[in-house]
Write a protein that binds this ligand. Structure first.
Ligand SMILES: NC(=O)c1ccc[n+]([C@@H]2O[C@H](COP(=O)([O-])OP(=O)(O)OC[C@H]3O[C@@H](n4cnc5c(N)ncnc54)[C@H](O)[C@@H]3O)[C@@H](O)[C@H]2O)c1
Length: 346
């Protein structure tokens, strides 16, 4: 492996492009790219600034000049591609959902652990400075014990039956697509920030999988609920997480990520990035210069690469977290189909 990692990116749509920016921001090289056809590969290599394309995924994964593999394809391909990278002994970043079936996500987590390779999943909302700040305050018990967790993840790109592309294909996107697509981000975040696990849940899914409402209790008996929709007109990427303690409440809004709201019975404070206690390591730009989603991605890739180099960065989402998300999705499917509360193994 060279000092500077050389990345191979499989899939060059929306998220493959975000990965390519993040690779370069980490001081590494986009070495090879492969897309679904030779023509798309050639165009993608040029657009993403790759050194070269690859004739096949196999060639990319096995190439001596590729140190780390990024799997950025539709969901149904994740199992095969990430497995091949692990077999080749290479670190791998695999997009969420880790797999379309729970058993397959389990296989991937087991294979990565057995091979001892760094294997991460881009639950990148963890990398907002505001998210880290709330997490630290909750861990320190500042707002008292939590008694309620709530929020939403709302998008509208499916409104009025807009084409869902591969995400709408049962085989390619997986079942219960809005929950598997974006609900898992919210669940990862609530568990990451609160330090608690969703232990039982009751879900109802409507609109052919385009929206899910879920209520839950955690392993410490705290109640919560979330609304997930991709047909919520006017909502673009409305991920809101709220945690209420007995002495203070915390609120993070992904569409306004430079601030977090902390309130108690006497006052509501809006803390800006750069305020004391809200300037963690994930702050890249000077306060007042807004940071966003791409910056989170850059921090996530930088931390994955640091882990490949032997560090243990705090809060890096791994294949174990991808498996956790698959477990929650499976429980949502079971609950929605049976109209019952379902236990979620921790
Ligand atoms: N972590 C996040 O925040 C986040 C955000 C968006 C998407 N995603 C995930 O990223 C993945 C891709 O989503 P997207 O929005 O980029 O989709 P997209 O449709 O924009 O891109 C998919 C790409 O995969 C390529 N592809 C398809 N089959 C291929 C094959 N056999 N070999 C190589 N390339 C192939 C297509 O040509 C296309 O370029 C999904 O799993 C999705 O859930 C994650």
């Amino acid at each position: 492996m060279s000092d500077t990692l050389r990345a191979g990116i499989i899939g060059a749509g929306f998220i493959g492009t975000v990965h390519a920016h993040a690779v370069r921001a980490a001081g590494s090289t986009v070495q090879r790219v492969v897309a679904s056809t030779p023509q798309r590969t050639a165009a993608a290599a040029s657009r993403l600034g790759a050194q070269t394309g690859a004739d096949s995924v196999r060639e990319l994964i096995e190439a001596d000049d590729v140190d780390v593999v990024h799997v950025c394809t539709p969901n149904s391909l994740h199992l095969d591609l990430a497995s091949r990278a692990i077999e080749a002994g290479k670190p791998v970043i695999c997009e969420k959902p880790l797999a379309v079936r729970l058993a397959d996500a389990g296989l991937l987590a087991d294979r990565a652990a057995a091979a001892g390779v760094v294997a991460s999943v881009p639950f990148v909302y963890r990398f907002y400075p505001g998210v880290r700040a709330i997490r630290s305050r909750v861990a320190a018990g500042e707002g008292g014990p939590l008694h309620l967790m709530h929020g939403s993840y709302l998008q509208d790109w499916q409104v009025a039956g807009a084409p869902a592309g591969w995400r709408g294909e049962h085989g390619e996107g997986g079942e219960f697509r809005a929950f598997a697509d974006i609900g898992v981000h919210w669940c990862d975040l609530v568990e990451f920030v609160s330090g608690q696990r969703i232990a039982q849940l009751s879900a109802r899914t409507t609109g052919s999988g385009a929206q899910t409402t879920m209520q839950f209790t955690t392993d410490r008996g705290v109640s919560g609920s979330v609304v997930v929709s991709q047909v919520a007109a006017g909502h673009k990427n409305g991920l809101i997480l709220a945690l209420d303690g007995f002495d203070a409440s915390y609120r993070f809004d992904q569409e306004n990520p430079e601030t977090v709201r902390i309130s108690n019975a006497a006052e509501t404070r809006v803390l800006h990035r750069g305020s004391p206690g809200l300037s963690p390591r994930q702050s890249i730009l000077p306060p007042g210069h807004p940071q966003g989603y791409q910056d989170c991605f850059n921090a996530f890739v930088a931390d994955t690469y640091a882990a490949i180099g032997g560090d243990t960065p705090d809060g890096l989402p791994t294949f174990a977290d991808g498996l956790r998300a698959a477990r929650l999705t499976d429980a949502v499917v079971t609950s929605s189909q049976s109209s019952t509360w379902v236990e979620v193994p921790s």
